[in-house]
Design a protein around this ligand. Structure first.
Ligand SMILES: C[S@@+](CC[C@H](N)C(=O)[O-])C[C@H]1O[C@@H](n2cnc3c(N)ncnc32)[C@H](O)[C@@H]1O
Length: 280
């Protein structure tokens, strides 16, 4: 959603730019072309940070999750004119089987964005109780058959590969379906392994604090659980109230254009929300 990101962030020469999920630098390349200013680039994935170092030797790089990076920046009193958070996994996460995210490729049950972290999908799948698994599948995957899949997982342990997990979870959904029947199971485990919703919820207030008056923020989410958090948070700080700190730039979430969907079908679930900090 590069065109939309540029449209809402309106990067200008000299702008201070914070990218909380810089990935492989697609957005950063375009934004830095316009700002020719300073950039702070964050990503919790080692391979992404390696690539970012190569692409942007002058940027301040942080190999951290965005909550701890934002806390450090806020404590240091930093301010930014544009902030971007393009949430979720990157294409290499999904394309490299050994990262354990891909449902259609065989790999270890890993799913960590940051490989320094201890918790993996394998630990959750093989050691969590039936009830804990069902809770994760229900809350993070919105899986209607959460209990049944949790029981299937527990009854078929040990499970150490994405292929076996996908096969076991699929038994709850016999017959044909449009999407892979284990999609919600994989989403739930990924969110749990990377603590995605908790980090987002706790980071949003810091991002507003880090935004300079008049500054713009864009958050792109890839599933409704994330989007609801962003929508609620922006809504609380904006609106028709004397002490509003944000002005909404998007009343509804913006979707990827049909033009983009042709070359990047993964963008079909992307939802972009943007806001500006009110000058106070
Ligand atoms: C959709 S990709 C971003 C792509 C990037 N905008 C680009 O143009 O190349 C999401 C990136 O965010 C990173 N990420 C996800 N959650 C994170 C978090 N809580 N803290 C830091 N990085 C995170 C992932 O490792 C991944 O590289």
């Amino acid at each position: 959603m590069l065109a939309e990101v540029l449209d809402y962030l309106k990067p200008e020469k000299g702008d201070r730019y914070l990218d909380l999920t810089a990935g492989y630098g697609g957005h950063a390349t375009a934004i830095l072309q316009a700002t020719a200013g300073t950039a702070t680039l964050v990503d919790r994935d080692e391979n992404a940070v390696h690539e970012l170092k190569r692409l942007f030797p002058k940027a301040a790089l942080k190999h951290q999750d965005f909550l701890s990076a934002s806390q450090t920046l806020a404590e240091a009193g930093e301010q930014f004119d544009i902030i971007l958070a393009d949430l979720g996994v990157s294409s290499p996460h999904l394309n490299e089987a050994d990262r354990g995210f891909a449902i259609n490729q065989d790999g270890p049950l890993d799913m960590r964005m940051d490989n320094r972290q201890e918790l993996t999908a394998d630990t959750i799948v093989n050691t969590y109780s039936d009830a804990e698994l069902a809770d994760i599948l229900w809350r993070y995957g919105e899986e209607p058959k959460a209990r049944q899949i949790a029981r299937l997982i527990v009854g078929n342990r040990p499970l150490h590969s994405t292929k076996t997990l996908a096969a076991v979870a699929s038994r709850a959904w016999p017959g044909k379906s449009r999407v892979h029947p284990a999609t919600r199971t994989f989403q739930a485990l990924r969110i749990a392994v990377n603590d995605e919703l908790n980090l987002l919820e706790r980071s949003l207030p810091l991002w507003v604090q880090l935004l300079a008056p008049g500054g713009r923020i864009v958050v792109i989410s890839f599933h409704s659980l994330e989007d609801v958090i962003v929508k609620r948070f922006f809504g609380e700080l904006a609106g028709d109230r004397y002490d509003a700190t944000l002005k909404l730039l998007t009343k509804r979430p913006v979707n990827a254009s049909t033009h983009e969907l042709v070359s990047n079908p993964r963008a079909r679930s992307a939802k972009l929300r943007a806001a500006a900090k009110i000058n106070i």
